[in-house]
Write a protein that binds this ligand. Structure first.
Ligand code: NZQ
Ligand code: ZN
Length: 388
């Protein structure tokens, strides 16, 4: 294991009725002028938005509203939010929604106080110098953004989807009430489950040896996710299934299972290039790419794939050999995604080979990607061709 510092100050208010704690959380931060960020209407339809606004009004706070954040959130909306903050001396961001809304909120929080143009921090990788404090009410289990310092934003003019990461962007608090995820439709629920599984893969398939605790936590998240995925698809309002999936989402990407390890993240980098051009859901893209990435890198380290197959999918050793066991684990992953109804090829989104070269080039813009196996432009193109 490598040396590490683990620091995660996000306060999590988890469970039914935790919105009741919102006023106290805001009071603790002593903020007075709030920007409320939300998406394209789901939080209004479930009655959450009105409740939040009435809490802010009861507190006598001044607030501004930025609605309409798109999935795969856009730089133009982030700029709108930064402008509102600067013109009105906003001192706190409250994001109400899924990962896209929270990520947009984080980018706004950074852009409101940082010296340079916000896109420079994504495209030129400058270090984030600070950010307004941000709290959120999460309505979709997927990204882990509620408990990490990352934000992913798309510049639609240049077709670049890039991320920033900083401890300044870790939410001061996140309210996670699984009941607010009951209304997430089946397809988005599935994309969320795939995304969570993918975050575990990115940390689990690592070249760093001897991390048995990390591995077992990761395997616990994966098996919990699989069990509860079937339950939630049977009943989208199964509280325990929604709650377990939601907590899996936070645990998968709050830094814990990646501590002291070299992580991979190649599949995410590749997926971001696909959604930057085609605007597909992040989890849908991951469901297509991950099993193909697994096959592509398998021979770099078969043992970890054997462990994965046996511990997560109960693949039995019947003397078929390690490589066959590993391949069976990959096949079981594909079948799980298929069973959920996730897409399996780029064709499912009408995507052909036309932009493979561009996507492969952009994926390696900062150098080769991946930790399990270093991937160069040609490797990325090969994986994308396997996805066609
Ligand atoms: O626009 P609204 O009306 O809010 O509807 C959203 C959207 O259409 C809807 N939704 C959210 N909560 C709902 C709901 N519908 C009904 N009931 C609810 N309770 O779901 C749709 C998708 O929402 P979105 O926020 O885009 O989904 P998700 O949470 O999966 O976020 C995806 C974005 O996060 C990035 C992805 O790349 C993508 O841009 N990621 C962020 C990460 C991070 N910050 O750490 C890591 C991830 O790997 C990922 O890259
Ligand atoms: Zn993801």
């Amino acid at each position: 294991m490598k040396n590490f510092i683990f620091f995660n100050p996000a306060r999590i208010l988890f469970g039914k009725g935790q919105l009741a704690g919102l006023a106290d959380e805001i009071k603790r931060l002593d903020c007075k002028r709030i920007l409320v960020v939300s998406g394209r209407g789901s939080v209004k339809r479930i009655g959450l938005y009105d409740k939040v606004i009435s809490i802010l009004k009861d507190m006598g706070l001044i607030f501004f509203e930025l609605e309409g954040i798109h999935p795969n959130p856009r730089l133009a909306d982030v700029r709108r939010g930064i402008d509102i903050c600067k013109r009105n001396n906003v001192d706190f961001i409250l994001a109400v929604g899924g990962g896209s809304v929270i990520d947009a909120g984080k980018a706004i929080a950074a852009g409101a106080v940082c010296q340079r143009d916000i896109w420079d921090y994504f495209a030129k990788r400058y270090e984030i110098e600070g950010a307004l404090p941000l709290g959120d009410i999460l309505t979709l289990a997927a990204t882990g953004t509620e408990m990490n310092g990352n934000a992913v934003i798309t510049n639609w003019e240049t077709k670049d989807k890039l991320s920033i990461g900083s401890s300044h962007l870790i939410p001061k608090f996140s309210i996670l009430d699984p009941e607010y995820t009951y209304s997430v439709p089946k397809d988005q629920t599935v994309y969320g489950i795939v995304d969570i599984m993918a975050h575990v893969f990115e940390a689990y398939f690592s070249p760093t040896p001897n991390t048995p605790l990390h591995d077992r936590i990761a395997e616990g998240i994966m098996t919990t996710l699989v069990e509860n995925a079937y339950k939630v698809l049977d009943n989208l309002k199964d509280y325990d299934a929604r709650a377990n999936i939601m907590w899996c989402g936070s645990m998968a990407l709050n830094g814990l299972i990646g501590t002291g390890k070299e992580e991979d993240w190649a599949t995410h980098d590749i997926e971001h290039e696909v959604s930057a051009i085609y605007d597909i859901p992040h989890g849908g893209g991951l469901a297509i790419i991950f099993p193909n990435w697994m096959k592509y890198v398998l021979d770099e380290g078969v043992d970890k794939f054997v462990q994965y197959a046996q511990r997560v999918w109960n693949v039995q050793d019947n003397g078929q050999g390690d490589r066959e066991i590993a391949l069976e684990g990959i096949q079981r992953t594909r079948e799980f995604f298929d069973h959920l109804g996730a897409p399996s090829t780029l064709k499912d989104y009408g995507i052909g080979h036309e932009n493979i070269d561009v996507m492969a080039q952009k994926a390696v813009r900062f150098g080769p990607i991946g930790g399990y196996k270093k991937l160069y432009k040609e490797d990325v193109a090969n994986i994308l061709k396997m996805c066609l």
